[in-house]
Design a protein around this ligand. Structure first.
Ligand code: ZN
Length: 319
């Protein structure tokens, strides 16, 4: 048996064919056609799968199910997507039903952050442990909580929205969600830049990145690169960012006590440097029994996490 999976994004859909151990047999991408309220997206995906089956000589009869990752809030039990702005999907759409009718196969749908977390749990840095938390530090901050092998979805599907609880009680920066002080405002790529601008104003440190601060063209990567070169101001910013992330992880740890905390996304490319700071602070402030044996690691699968996790939904739920 094989499993098909699609990680649907605003620009491209990543498609994959996997075996039942979630090893990737084939993977490719197609552009996401968002025209006419995104109504062609599922059809395009399915046609691409059919074409691949023809070329690679397998039959759609061998397909156990199809897993989908979607950028938007999901009612997981019913497979309903409640608005996916990046795909031009407005209002509630029963994507599971629509795709089951199109394909005649069992379909499971979850949001992109959750499927990526599941991918890392199954085949990546999570070592297939039962209790895993993923936090993705990218343009925004997303995440997923896997507790006793199950993704936490919660009552409205907001379980695991790790970017949106308050860590900056001074509420200095406005979040995309409408609140102030969310983790996303101080730990995403934008958050790193927010803090750099803020502390440069406040402290007037001299720093090698001051030209980019003055001209408001600073990128998070420059802060990390400068910190690696020993720039005091940049180190100060990274410590601030690390402290916020460590605080978030300490709260999450007394909630679900994960064995692995996986840190992914562009910001995590700062590497050991960031992880070491987070780890140190996390150890200091977290309830001791909730720290014992917990490992903070960086994500391993990169862009493949989404399709592997989406296929993981089929492995887990289609018997
Ligand atoms: Zn927020």
């Amino acid at each position: 048996m094989i499993i098909l999976a699609a990680d649907i994004g605003g620009t491209t859909c990543k498609l994959g064919v996997m075996d039942e151990r979630l090893e990737i047999l084939h993977k490719w991408e197609i552009p996401t056609n968002k025209e006419q309220d995104g109504r062609h997206i599922l059809k395009n995906i399915h046609e691409s799968f059919q074409k691949n089956a023809q070329i690679k000589n397998y039959s759609m009869d061998e397909v156990k199910g199809i897993g989908l990752g979607v950028p938007g809030p999901i009612d997981f039990d019913n497979g309903v997507v409640n608005g996916a702005i990046n795909l031009n999907w407005a209002g509630k759409k029963n994507i599971r039903e629509e795709y089951e009718q199109l394909s005649g196969k069992p379909v499971y749908v979850d949001n992109d952050a959750n499927v990526a977390s599941l991918g890392e749990k199954f085949k990546g840095a999570g070592q297939n442990a039962k209790d895993v938390v993923c936090i993705t530090l990218g343009t925004g901050v997303g995440g997923g909580i896997i507790s006793n092998n199950e993704l936490v979805h919660g009552y409205n599907g907001s379980g695991g929205e790790l970017g949106h609880f308050k860590v900056d009680f001074k509420e200095r920066f406005l979040c995309n969600c409408g609140h102030r002080g969310c983790l996303e405002t101080v730990a995403s790529a934008t958050g790193v830049v927010n803090l750099a601008y803020h502390y440069y104003e406040e402290l007037r440190f001299s720093t090698i990145i001051e030209d980019d601060i003055e001209s408001r063209t600073l990128q998070a990567k420059q802060v990390f690169d400068a910190a690696k070169e020993g720039d005091e101001f940049s180190l100060y910013i990274i410590r601030k960012v690390s402290n916020y992330i460590a605080y978030a992880l300490s709260v999450i740890s007394v909630m679900s006590n994960p064995e692995y905390i996986i840190i992914g996304g562009g910001v995590s490319k700062a590497g050991d440097f960031l992880i070491d700071h987070i780890e140190e602070r996390f150890q200091e402030i977290t309830f001791k029994p909730a720290v014992e044996g917990t490992k903070i690691v960086t994500a391993k699968l990169g862009n493949d996490a989404g399709i592997i996790g989406a296929a993981g939904l089929i492995k887990q739920y289609v018997k």
